[in-house]
Ligand binder design. Structure first.
Ligand code: PNW
Length: 452
């Protein structure tokens, strides 16, 4: 089993959250509405009918939460900055109280010896920009650049570690493909336009804010994709899913080109050819790549054409692919558990970009907690998930991959998007009725690991 002393002294141990999932206070201090306010308040969209209006009330309780994080022995906090707090209408005037909030948050981190890692976009697009076309239009990328510059100008003296986007796959393919996340649109293969505009937003922002004093990256949700068998059909299914999930993001960012097969499968080759001039910006050097890892995927599928390129889907070009159950244990999300997948994906990236520093910017699991009579919160499943993944992290570092840090998702139970409060990812339990925080057994285990 991994021991903390197996890791280099500078290895970063942190925990992550995202603004809409934890902050609440959605109308406080001049914040404007985002697509998540609209989506969560649309009947039928959120499984338990909840919203992020209050969530963990982190907007008011952040100092307590950061103290808790530091007490656990963690040295970094990855949070996201809400665009609608900084520029409430998406473009136009800056909201000084919004900047002031993140300054207080970052300063509180620093006072506790915790390094702040800020994500500029964790899915909360200002609603007025969605009304003007959202990520389907190029202008949104330019507005993101302007917002990124304002946030960076206002906070770069207290925040040095920056991420442009969190998981553009989810923003594009769930937001505009199958509609499972805000804004809940079904644009068929045209959801790939949102992919391009998000990557352009990343490139424009990087150009606007990158400075030698800071460290700048992006967080992608990547997963090893395996074929269920060696048959040509299954291998082709794996090629298509890997293309959409991983290569469609990695190749433009690392090499300045889109994977031709993915554009071909989706009939988007001509449209992407017109965007070619954006690729140098998208592939500008990064200081690190953030990888959010949850689970591996095994797929099978009949060969041949896309079943229906116009149907609502998060898998344009792979609608006829099926996910195969390989018998692995699963979390409450239904996601298979296999720590070795983390190693596979990092090795693949490292082969392609050997000197690029990597962070695991999210890794964690949802399980129901059991609250015992004496008030402790037993979550053996989550503890085991963490132990297994941290053991793999140890191996990866021992093998010499440039892995700089690990962030557990999440510090706190929180608003799990379309699943509302029905799934808990925290190493700290939140009683939503009282906003009481209780460190779970998994959090205690992590604390012992980090401090003994
Ligand atoms: C991430 N998938 O989302 C997000 O960054 C977090 O905000 C979220 O709470 C967390 O993971 C847990 O869901 C993902 O289907 C959503 O592969 C979907 C997938 C992966 C990550």
């Amino acid at each position: 089993m991994a021991n903390r002393t197996d890791f280099p002294p500078g290895f970063v141990w942190g925990a992550a959250t995202a603004a809409y999932q934890v902050e609440g206070a959605v109308t406080a201090d001049g914040r404007g509405p985002s697509i998540w306010d609209t989506y969560a308040h649309t009947p039928g969209r959120i499984a338990d009918g909840s919203t992020g209006d209050v969530a963990d009330d982190h907007y008011r309780l952040f100092a307590e939460d950061i103290r808790l994080l530091a007490d656990l022995g963690l040295k970094a906090y990855r949070f996201s900055i809400a665009w609608p707090r900084i520029i409430p209408a998406g473009s136009g005037p800056t909201n000084a109280p919004g900047l002031a909030f993140y300054r207080r948050l970052a300063e509180t981190c620093l006072q506790h010896g915790v390094t702040p890692f800020a994500t500029l976009y964790h899915w909360d697009l200002p609603q007025p920009l969605e009304d003007a076309g959202g990520w389907m239009v190029r202008d949104t990328a330019e507005r993101f650049r302007d917002y990124a510059a304002v946030a960076h100008d206002g906070l770069s003296d207290v925040i040095t570690h920056w991420m442009t986007l969190n998981e553009p796959w989810c923003s594009a393919l769930n937001g505009y493909g199958d509609g499972a996340l805000a804004p809940g649109r079904n644009e068929g293969v045209n959801a790939l336009k949102a992919v391009h505009h998000l990557l352009l937003a990343h490139g424009l922002a990087l150009e606007a804010i990158r400075s030698p004093e800071g460290s700048y990256g992006i967080a992608l949700n990547l997963a090893p994709v395996r074929a269920a068998s060696d048959s040509p059909a299954d291998r082709d299914a794996a090629r298509r899913v890997d293309g959409l999930q991983n290569r469609l993001f990695l190749e433009p960012i690392l090499f300045g080109k889109y994977p031709a097969d993915v554009l071909d499968d989706t009939g988007m080759t001509a449209w992407f050819a017109e965007q070619e001039d954006d690729l140098p910006l998208i592939s500008a050097p990064l200081d690190y790549l953030g990888v959010n890892y949850y689970f591996p995927t095994t797929v099978a599928g009949p060969d041949g054409p896309v079943s229906d390129p116009s149907k609502p889907s998060a898998q344009p070009g792979s609608e006829n692919v099926v996910a195969v159950d390989t018998g692995l244990p699963r979390t409450q999300m239904g996601w298979p558990i296999q720590a070795g997948g983390l190693r596979d994906i990092l090795v693949t990236i490292n082969e392609q970009a050997p000197s690029l520093p990597l962070y695991i910017t999210e890794n964690g699991s949802a399980f129901p907690d059991s609250v015992t009579a004496d008030g402790t919160i037993e979550d053996d499943d989550r503890q085991r998930y963490l132990e297994q993944h941290i053991e793999v992290v140890r191996q990866i570092v021992a093998d010499g991959l440039p892995l700089m840090g690990y962030f557990v998702w999440s510090l706190l139970d929180n608003f799990e998007w379309a699943l509302g409060f029905s799934r808990r990812f925290g190493i700290v339990h939140v009683d939503y009725a009282t906003q009481t925080r209780t460190v779970k057994d998994s959090g205690r285990w992590l604390q012992r690991f980090l401090t003994q």
